[in-house]
Ligand binder design. Structure first.
Ligand code: XMP
Length: 513
């Protein structure tokens, strides 16, 4: 089946994947390619439209990002954004110059609503600007379709050739009617039908993986988190038993989590694959004995994870491919220019360089978290795995203040289980970014059944956040908190006090260590 595709040519802007994501929101398949992709390759992709992204440089700068001029003659509609618009103007005979006033942030733009790009857009609309150069004069064949007091050509077009450009960023939320503009481009100008869905992503990814892997052996480090689970299932659907998933249970998982992962991916589970569960709890506890410094704990857990994984990989022998569940935000965090093979794994803090594999497969590299979840549902992964809240690679190791012991792990697992149960019963689980119990290092005096106790205090935390960079402390209803607190003290041996953490981030972090 022929698939409608729009491609984004990446000129080095910050929002390139976001543009692709917005196009996918119009139900049109979209992928990002480097600005210097050859015309040959572009023709092979048969795109219905091309979008040029922004970029950090001036078109006049030495080494400025440019693509072949013939791209404008392919008869494929092109939309230039920010640098992309300046590049289009510059290549086609317009004039680009340093703007006397650089515009940055939300800006009122007057648009010509007779332009196909601005159909159903208000005549004055708020757009996100971020530029130091601007188009001083549009090329001959173009007409100006938008302007601001400081920017004479905030939009231009040559509909006969299917060429459109805007100085601002329609892809970011701050451009209030940006989605309408992108939809106009994709649906009306490129004439896409918009019949692509996430299941088409799944189909395409499976097809591409099959071609790439052939008869090769594939290895996947499975944590049970959303990203590695979705990556593993994609691979399993594509290559079945050629895939081996290694699941290292470091003894720092939430209550029952190891068994839940095994139930889904193990021999009795839902998928055809080879599954190895390594019960390495004692090994991790031994390494963590006596260690109290948070960073040192993180390092030990990350390092030990790698050692265990490496030992298993050696037993399997030479593998051709290693799967990573890297998603787009991880790519940004790691710096775009970094080579994929040495990229540190978000969950485990780094994979061994010397495991014997030829290539890395990162099937989710272009997706955002919510898109990964959609793909997970399409793949039939159980909802409780798909919607699981984030859980740090070092696990409960960083939710136990001070030294980690098997006994403390048991306490925090039991308390956390009760807390999660009460939150879910109250129907609060979907509205919270993250919520969990942690074990403080504080013991205090209490009284239970007329007896003096000297036990630990458990801290409960719940935050509202969308980006996890900042977070507000969630206002959990008092009945829910007091019910959870009384159950924890009554049911979890070793705990006689429960505290609620009221700190936002910043100044606190979400995790305790
Ligand atoms: P903090 O504690 O820094 O956490 O506010 C922000 C988010 O990141 C998660 N987190 C981790 N995730 N490996 C991970 O995969 C880690 O080492 C790690 N440390 C923190 C944390 O759970 C929260 O969602």
């Amino acid at each position: 089946m022929e698939r409608e595709t729009v491609i984004v040519l990446d000129f080095g802007g910050q929002y390139n994947q976001l543009i692709a994501r917005r196009v996918r929101e119009c139900n049109v398949y979209c992928e990002v390619h480097p600005y210097n992709t050859s015309l040959e390759k572009i023709k092979q992709l048969q795109p219905k439209g091309i979008i040029f992204t922004g970029g950090p440089n001036s078109v006049y700068a030495e080494g400025a990002a440019v693509c072949e001029k013939e791209i404008f003659e392919l008869g494929i509609p092109i939309l230039g954004l920010c640098y992309g618009s300046q590049f289009m103007a510059y290549m086609l005979g317009g004039k680009v110059a340093p703007a006397p006033v650089s515009e940055y942030g939300k800006t009122e733009v007057k648009v010509d609503t007779t332009s196909a790009l601005f159909e159903n857009v208000s005549e004055t609309t708020i757009c996100w600007m971020s530029h130091t150069d601007y188009i001083e004069k549009a090329p001959e064949a173009f007409r100006v379709t938008a302007h601001t007091p400081a920017c004479p050509v905030a939009g231009m077009e040559c509909p006969e050739k299917g060429l459109y450009a805007v100085q601002f960023h329609p892809e970011v939320m701050h451009t209030v009617e940006g989605m309408t503009m992108l939809r106009n481009f994709v649906m009306n100008i490129c004439k896409c039908n918009g019949d692509w869905k996430m299941d088409s992503f799944v189909e395409t990814a499976i097809h591409a993986i099959k071609e790439k892997v052939g008869n090769g052996k594939v290895l996947c480090a499975l944590s049970g988190g959303v990203d590695s689970s979705v990556a593993a299932v994609l691979l399993a659907k594509a290559v079945g038993k050629q895939l081996t998933c290694v699941f290292v249970d470091h003894g720092l998982l939430r209550k029952n989590e190891g068994d839940e992962v095994e139930a889904v991916f193990g021999p009795e589970g839902l998928y055809e694959l080879n599954f190895i569960r390594v019960n390495a709890q004692e090994r991790f506890y031994a390494k963590l004995a006596g260690v109290t410094e948070p960073e040192q704990k993180r390092k030990i857990i990350g390092e030990e994870f790698i050692r265990v994984f490496e030992e298993e990989a050696k037993k399997i022998g030479a593998v051709d491919f290693l799967v990573q569940g890297t998603i787009y935000p991880d790519v940004i965090e790691s710096g775009l220019g970094k080579s994929a093979t040495i990229k540190s794994h978000h969950n485990v803090g780094g994979l061994p360089d010397y495991v014997d594999f030829k290539e890395i497969i990162e099937p989710l590299r272009m997706l955002f978290k919510d898109e990964v979840r959609k793909a997970g549902l399409e793949l039939g992964i159980p909802e409780h795995l798909v919607y699981r809240q984030p859980f740090p690679g070092p696990g409960l190791g960083i939710r136990i203040i001070g030294e980690v012991t098997g006994e403390k792990v048991r306490i925090v697992q039991d308390a956390d289980y009760i807390y999660r149960e009460e939150i879910a019963k109250a129907g609060l689980d979907k509205g919270l970014g993250q919520y969990f119990a942690a074990l403080t290092n504080m013991r205090s005096v209490g009284v239970m059944g007329d007896e003096r106790t000297y036990d630990y205090a458990v801290a409960l935390r719940a935050v509202c956040t969308s980006d996890f960079m900042t977070a507000d402390c969630a206002e959990i209803p008092w009945e829910v908190l007091s019910k959870a607190a009384s159950r924890i003290v009554n049911e979890v041996k070793g705990v006689n006090r429960v505290l609620y953490d009221c700190t936002s981030k910043p100044p606190g972090t979400i995790e305790f260590e």
